[in-house]
Design a protein around this ligand. Structure first.
Ligand SMILES: [Ca+2]
Length: 380
């Protein structure tokens, strides 16, 4: 197997952050070389405490935690904290005891820059919260965008409504100025927006399966998930939860799980559409100079799934992975992907940004009712 990809998870734990962190720790394709923390689901101080706590639960206190910014990059924006989604403690109101370990002395931005310098082109940052720390890393070292291997970020709502308001997705809304810096930095950026993550739903039935497991992670997750389910039921009338952060994490572990398009993304930083991510597909050449002209392109995930049948052997990241051919959808079969301990149903009625050449894939997706990912490893 190839050398594991070095990843730093920038995170605001967060129930789905906890799932993503555990998933990363269970994935031999990646080596988690650090966690960096940011406000979002909770304030930064609590995010740091939760990151340390999750590593303690996982028995991985060898992984350093660097505390991130307590304020947005402009320092002037009131923070939006989503404790109503994840509980006052960010982890389902379980009031876990404080962790024994402490964060390292370096700030998140300094740590990310240091690691990018140590392993040029080899480090992937998986950003699961507002993008302040990443923008600060770019400010700290203008060469950072070329030294970092890739920035895989959970953020944006491409051609769909946001989840904070119709315009904005939560992580981008948390610091739109920072997000615009990251999207236009020239780094290899891969954005996974809620147009994709809303296709990946952990249902009540899936949670029941999780509850039957004696696995350490499964038992822990069942404790903290109640608050998250209750929020989704109230906000979306669903009997299931969106797996935002695990989906973005999987894009870093195995990019072939998704399809992508490429173009320029700018972020609206003020007004009623503050936090809006607007994708320019370059299909039209504008005669006049625009705010999108001469900006570097980024990759944006469009669908989650796989277009061909293949298997990756046991012991790989999330165990046995099976991808079923989309053609099975045409025959009314339900394609199945086995990944790890969660069963993830993808609601194919969800709106997917139908962009360019993959519109045909979109059409096939709509033919199906469910697509299942089972994340086996976390029940081990
Ligand atoms: Ca998060």
């Amino acid at each position: 197997m190839a050398e594991p990809k070095k990843i730093i998870i920038d995170t605001d734990p967060g129930i789905d952050d906890a799932m993503a962190i555990f998933l990363a720790l269970r994935s031999p394709e990646v080596e988690v070389i650090g966690l960096t923390t940011i406000y979002g689901n909770v304030y930064t101080t609590l995010a740091t405490r939760n990151a340390l706590h999750l590593l303690e639960i996982a028995g991985r206190t060898d992984i350093p935690v660097a505390e991130g910014s307590h304020v947005t990059i402009t320092k002037g924006t009131k923070l939006r904290i989503a404790d109503f989604v994840h509980g006052a403690d960010g982890l389902g109101n379980q009031n876990f005891p404080p962790p024994k370990a402490k964060p390292i002395a370096e700030s998140a931005a300094a740590f990310i820059v240091q690691q990018a310098n140590l392993y040029p082109g080899k480090v992937t940052v998986v950003a699961l919260g507002p993008l302040t720390n990443i923008a600060l890393a770019i400010e700290l070292d203008p060469a950072f965008p070329k030294k970092i291997g890739q920035i895989v970020l959970l953020g944006g709502a491409f051609a769909v409504n946001g989840n904070v308001n119709p315009a904005a997705e939560a992580n981008i809304f948390g610091d739109p100025d920072a997000a615009d810096v990251v999207f236009t930095s020239g780094a290899d950026v891969l954005a996974v927006g809620i147009n994709v993550t809303h296709q990946v739903v952990l249902t009540d039935a899936d949670r029941d399966k999780l509850a039957q497991s004696d696995g350490k992670f499964a038992r822990y997750l069942c404790k903290i998930l109640e608050v998250y389910f209750s929020y989704h039921h109230d906000a979306y009338s669903t009997r299931g939860v969106y797996l935002h952060d695990p989906t973005a994490l999987l894009a870093a572990v195995n990019p072939s799980l998704m399809t992508y398009t490429e173009g320029v993304v700018r972020v609206q930083t003020n007004g009623i559409t503050r936090g809006l991510t607007l994708f320019y597909n370059k299909q039209k050449r504008f005669g006049e100079v625009t705010e999108w002209s001469n900006k570097p392109t980024v990759k944006v995930a469009v669908t989650v799934g796989c277009s061909h049948r293949c298997e990756i052997g046991h012991g790989a990241a999330y165990g046995l992975i099976k991808y079923y051919d989309w053609s099975s959808l045409m025959n009314g079969e339900i394609p199945l992907m086995v990944v790890s301990c969660f069963t993830i149903h993808m609601n194919q009625q969800s709106r997917v940004a139908a962009v360019g050449e993959i519109a045909s894939v979109q059409f096939l997706l709509q033919k199906s009712t469910t697509l299942r990912l089972t994340l086996e490893q976390l029940t081990c």
